[in-house]
Each structure stands twice: as structure tokens, then as C-alpha cells.
Design a binder for this molecule. Sequence first.
Ligand code: V47
Length: 372
Amino acid sequence: MIPRFDDPQLLTIANKVFDGERLSFEDGVALYKSPDLLGVGYLANYVREKKNGSVTYFNVNRHINPTDVCVAACKLCAFGKQKRDPKAYTMSFEQVWHQAGVGVSDEVSEFHIVGGLHPELGVDWFCEMIAGLKQRYPKVHLKALTMVEISYLAQRAKITPKEVLVRLKEAGVDSMPGGGAEIFNERVRRIICDHKIDGNDWIEIARTAHTIGLKSNATMLYGHIETEEDRVDHLLRLRGLQDDTGGFQTYIPLAFHPQNTPMKHLRTTTGMQDLKAIAVSRLLLDNFPHIKAYWIMMTPKIAQVAQRFGADDLDGTVVEEKIYHDAGATTSQELRRDQLFRLIREAGREPVERDTLYRRVSRDESTFTVLV
Ligand code: V47
């Protein structure tokens, strides 16, 4: 039965959703512009339950940011610093390997490793750092380096992105995070992250990664100066690549946090926008298995509700997050496992611990220990 929608435009879209028909660019724009959040959410929840039932995934991970030195100076970012900045840091190998192990228990299944574009750290440095982590923590999945970092390393070493990816994979990288995608539209990209690779390069490096057997995630940064059309364009370009490679696992909408960035005059996103970002992506990205409500940036409260608006993943326990917290995020640096369980169960969902590749991790709940 088709429910009653406050926004009559949703009726045509609903028919397509229930018939399993792919949504168009115009449908995407109409969904973003619709004030009927509950209507859009209803449709997204329908798709979510069809794909993932009542399960909400989480993992136990730890973020490692080896350096915040970055030559890019993106207006969107509060994390990157110039090398001469007295507050900038770059870890030694020993510091990375040590930090990875602080508070780590058997339960940590993933290290999420990203950093700035450091002018002096080359491919060899990253391969040695990764190989050292793999040697010390052979059971931990290494989800490391964005398409942007790969392009920079390739450019500096005068080799192709494919060669960089192959070397990193051999050193121990298991998959890649979805950062650096921002918004593919060139007009907006030139303003918010002028020195980063363009959208086409991001897509092509992701394609190469998928082709050599590295799965990756995808993100979109929203809530700054982009239009609804820019968002839909971004999502449809991701959907196009996924049709070709099937290499994306999860899509993660990232709300812009303006504090401490050169765009600090912009306002933070609202709950309506955040839930819309989840719901519309679930509806447009019909070939993505998972949509992640990243609690660090959405707040645990919105991430909890997002499980009824299309999201089937809350990310992990995330020990020590820097990129969002430098930009003013007021969420805690980590969630304990019992807190995650509560967020999931109260939403009527079944918590399932996963590894990075979405395989179930079975553990006895009573043996869970609290990290750090
Ligand atoms: O690429 C930077 C964004 C990203 C700000 O793949 C900002 O599982 C908001 O990609 N306000 C890094 N966003 C984070 C990221 C990520 C996070 C969690 C999980 C995964 C995954 C990936 O954060 C950057 C950029 O798009 N970012 N500065 C800011 N001020």
C-alpha cells in the first residue's frame, strides 16, 4: 500500500521505489528539495530494510592520523597545517606503531589511517609505516589513505597512482577510506579545496583501486556552498562507478563543520539536512550495499534516528578522532560498545559487529571489554 505523502511529488518517486526502478537526477533533486522529511525517510527506510533487514552494523576501530602537515590548505579543513606551524605534528614510525597499540585489545579489527599531504613523506615512508603496522598487528585490517593522498604520492614520486596503490597493497593496505571526495562539482571544488585533485581524478583513482582488488568507501561533504543539484551530481557519479566496479562498500555523508576553518562564517547543518543526506543517498545509491551514519559528525542522537531513515551502519568505537574535532565537533572521541548497543537497540535494530569487509564478527557480549 502506498502511504499518504504530504508532498504529492513523492508519489511518482514512491512508485519507482516500490517497483525497484532506478531514480533519476530530477528525482534526486526533488527528494532533496522536498520538505516532507518523513515521506522521504519512509521510502529510504523501505529500501534499507529490503537490503539490510533490521541489522545495524558497527565495528571496533581506531583512527590514526600520522601527520597533520598538509600542502593543500583547503578552505573546508581545520585539521591540515603548514609544516612551519609550531602546532603541526608528524609522527615517527615508532610513534605510529606505538599509538596504534595504546589501549588496543583483540577486539580492534580496523585501523583507519589518513593524514595530510606532507611534502617530505613519500611512498617508501608509507610502505614502511604500513608494513610495520601489519607486522605488529597482523589481524587488524588496514583501511588506509584516500584517493587524494594516493595522487599526491604518485605525483611526487613521478609514478602512476596504480603503481602507488600496488606498492601499498603489497605493504599491507587492505582497503581504503572514502575521504577527499568532498563535492565533485568543479565550481564548488575550486572554492572549498582548490589544490585537491578534481572529481574525475578521484573517481579514476577509486576505479584503479577497485580494479586491483582494494575495496573502498565513498563520502560527500555537504552543508557548505553546494546546491542540491551538486549533491545529486556527486551521488550519481559514485553510482556510475559502482555500476562499473562494484568496489564501494559504504557511502558516508559528511556534514560540514565550519568552526576553525576559513569558512567559519557558514552555519552548521541542521537535523533535517543530516537525515535528508542519509535518506536521499539510500534512495539514489541503489547499488551501494551500505549507508553509514557516522556518529562522530552526526552526533549519536541523529545517528540513532538515521537508522530509521536509511542508515544501516554507525561506524565504530573510533578511538581518538581529529579531523572533525579540530573543526569543532563536540561529540566524544569514542563510544563504548555498550553505548553503541543502546543506540542501535533503542531504534529497534539488531546490532551486528562487522569487520571492515562486513563479515560478521562473533563475540560473546559478556566478554566485551571497554577500550582505553
Ligand atoms: O576527506 C574535513 C572531511 C573527511 C572537515 O571511509 C570535514 O569509513 C566536515 O573521510 N567539516 C575525512 N568534514 C573523514 C572521512 C571518513 C570518516 C569516517 C569514516 C570514513 C570511512 C571516512 O572529513 C575529509 C573531508 O571530506 N572533512 N574537514 C570539516 N571541517
